[in-house]
Design a protein around this ligand. Sequence first.
Ligand code: HEC
Length: 192
Amino acid sequence: MNNLRIILIALIIPSLLMIPYSILSFYTDFANNNPDPSLATVSFQGNNYNAIEGKRTFEQYQCMGCHSIVGNGAYFGPDLTKVYRRMNGNDAALAAYLLSGIPAKGMPPMRDRGMSEEDAYRTVAFLKYAQMLDTNDWPNNGSWDRDGNIDGVQAEHISPSGIWQIVLGIIFFNLLVFGIIIVYEREKEGKI
Ligand code: HEC
C-alpha cells in the first residue's frame, strides 16, 4: 500500500463517521435542545418582552452581583436558573417581587435602583428562558423537569446553529469526496 492510499483511508474513515453523527444530531438527546431566546417572551400591557432584552436588564441591574445562573456568579442570594419554576411561572408575581424585593432578607427593591415595570418584565423573560436551559438536571432546585414547555414554547427543537452544523457538515463531506476522487483520478493517470 503506498502512502497516498494510507492518506486516503485516513481521510475516509472520519468522513464516514460523520454520517451517523449527522443523523444522531437530529435526535434531541444529541442535538442542542435549548430554545431560541427570542421565543421566551412575556407580555405586559399588550407588549411582548423577550429574553434577549432581559439579558441586558439582568446585567444592567447587576443581579449577578448576588445571584448565580447555572452555579456561576455570586452566592449571596439563591441560584436563579430555575427560579421561574419555583415561582410557578407567574410573570406578574415575579415582576412585582423584583420591583419591591425583600429588603429585610437582602433582596433590594429594584424600583429603588431605577427599574421600570417594563424592565422588570424584561428580566422575567430572561429568567423564563434560563429555566428552559437543558442543564442535565443541575442545579436541581426542586421543580426542574426536562421538558420545559411553558406557554407553548417548546424547549426541544433543533436550533438554527444545529441546522448550520449539519449543512456545513454535508458541504465539507462533499468537498472531501470530490477531492478524493480528483486525487484518485490523477493517480490513475500517473500524474501524482
Ligand atoms: C444585593 C444583593 C442582591 C441583588 C443585587 C439582587 N438580589 Fe435577588 N435576592 C437576594 C437575596 C439575598 C435573596 C434571598 C431573599 C430571601 O431569602 O427571601 C434574593 C432573592 C431573589 C429571588 C427569589 C429567589 C427564590 O428562590 O425565592 C429572585 C427571583 C431574585 N432575587 C431575583 C433577582 C434579580 C432578577 C436581580 C437583578 C434585577 C436580583 N435578584 C438582584 C439578593 C440580591
